[in-house]
Design a protein. Structure first.
Length: 483
């Protein structure tokens, strides 16, 4: 979404970086979507000639030109830049004649939009952050390269296995928007849910609540001890869906989330949506949300939570690394699948949202697209995957990479949550297919206003359904549907 913020945190290094925080991976798009769409629609000019292909060998199955420059732009947030820099060093070792330019920036869209327009985009982009480029627009305007050659190439560790055969279930499918071509490779594997301190729950002599009545009771007990029940990134309320969407799926079934993704008429008016909105609104109405939360950004809300001012926080598994400097050693960081309503829910407790995060793309107009794909092939190897997991406390798309690693509390809890969920893992696609709709409209103008008490649940449902209907009618937007 990794999503998911917007603080300035930039620094420079030998042509290598401009930085941001990861939770912004689901942040607001600050450059107007219309200007981006028109820029992407332009074929542009002034780009460099494509690099000639190199010789295809067992060690170079993608035919990378070993003397061609390769440019890699990373979004740096909660995961930092070190894991990518380590992988770049492997590329440089394998192709010592190649010049590699690595940089990281918070301003993905405003930095790279002009370059797409001019026809000289980088070769590999981690398209995340507050200024994440709309993947649906990029795909719809043919601005991305099909990653099938990478997926069908031999894996970095085992020439008898294709890259696609080393990935976690669902990763390849997530990269498809329509048809069989794969436009995006989601590198991180994120567990979304409700994060909390086991120590704090133990102090309340409580277990994680499985029904909403239990949730309200736990929040009431926490308030008596001077602790709010919940907080969230109030300035970026599209964090709320990290627990709300899987709750909707749990209550009403996967088909409700699919209908929302498909922009079906009245999808947001489903009884499960209404019931879950009312449940969350009750947190506000009963005063169980940390005072001032609507004015907090992701870092401020996470810090307040880590310092014991609130018990529960909707977030993704990057939060452990992003908040490492404020989470106490004895915090007992844990994550749970969302609380449901009651025994009438369609899916069992344990149903959660887990999916690929940190979307990497190779532009169709890249000068050295083969180099960009090769860099990804390196990153999808076991060594790079283990390096990522050990350094940033999160899983990757590589199906494995945890052997021999001592799992941190949050990561251990996330793995346990995945095991408990089993087949009951949901993956809403609206945040990938319609970025502006998800973040600015559903998130900020809908859920943010409701949780601040400025909209009732009924008003929020009506407003969000209107936003979805507008998007469905907009012929300038490419529309996607579940198969």
């Amino acid at each position: 979404m990794g999503s998911t913020s917007g603080e300035n945190h930039e620094s420079a290094g030998v042509g290598r970086r401009d930085l941001i925080r990861r939770s912004a991976a689901l942040g607001l798009v600050s450059v107007p979507a219309t200007s981006f769409l028109s820029a992407c629609a332009s074929s542009g000019g002034g780009g460099e000639d494509k690099a000639e292909s190199g010789e295809r060998t067992a060690k170079n199955p993608l035919g990378v030109n070993d003397g061609a420059r390769m440019e890699f732009v990373l979004f740096d947030g909660g995961f930092g830049t070190e894991y990518a820099e380590d992988a770049v060093r492997v590329y440089e070792k394998n192709f010592p004649r190649a010049e590699v330019k690595f940089s990281a920036t918070q301003k993905i869209q405003s930095t790279l939009q002009p370059r797409f327009n001019q026809g000289n985009p980088p070769d590999l982009i981690d398209n995340s952050g507050a200024e994440q480029m709309d993947m649906g627009v990029l795909v719809g305007k043919s601005q991305l390269a099909d990653l099938t050659p990478l997926l069908d190439a031999p894996s970095y560790d085992d020439p008898d296995k294709k890259v696609r055969d080393t990935l976690r279930p669902g990763i390849v499918e997530m990269g498809r928007f329509d048809g069989e071509k794969v436009w995006v490779l989601y590198y991180a594997y994120t567990v979304y849910g409700v994060w909390y301190s086991q120590k704090a729950l133990d102090a309340l002599d409580e277990q994680y609540p499985q029904t909403w009545d239990q949730m309200l009771a736990v929040c009431a007990k926490a308030r008596k001890r001077g602790m709010a029940g919940w907080t969230y990134a109030g300035k970026y309320p599209y964090y709320i869906p990290f627990s709300l969407y899987p709750m909707i799926g749990k209550v009403g079934g996967r088909e409700v989330l699919d209908a929302i993704d498909n922009l079906e008429p009245n999808a947001w008016k489903h009884p499960a949506v209404k019931a879950c909105f009312e449940a969350y609104y009750e947190l506000y109405r009963k005063g169980y949300v940390l005072r001032g939360t609507p004015g907090l950004d992701h870092i401020q809300s996470q810090t307040a939570w880590a310092r014991g001012k609130a018990l529960f926080l909707p977030n993704g598994s990057w939060v452990e690394n992003e908040s490492a400097n404020v989470i106490p050693a004895d915090f007992g960081l844990a994550v749970s699948a969302p609380t449901g309503l009651d025994s009438s829910d369609k899916l069992p407790f344990g149903t959660l949202w887990a999916s690929g995060g940190e979307p990497f793309v190779v532009p169709a107009g890249a000068r050295n697209g083969a180099g960009g794909m090769e860099q990804l092939r390196i990153m999808l190897g076991e060594a790079a995957s283990k390096n990522f997991t050990s350094k940033v406390k999160s899983l990757t798309a590589f199906d494995g990479g945890t052997d021999g690693i001592t799992l941190t509390p949050g990561l251990k809890s996330a793995v346990a949550a995945l095991e408990k969920a089993g087949d009951n893992v949901v993956n809403p696609r609206i945040q990938d297919w319609y970025v502006q709709l998800q973040k600015e409209k559903i998130g900020v103008a809908g859920l943010g206003e409701m949780m601040a008490g400025r909209l009732t649940p009924a008003e929020a449902v009506k407003k969000i359904q209107g936003f979805a209907d507008e998007t469905a009618r907009d012929t300038s937007i490419k529309h996607y549907k579940h198969a």
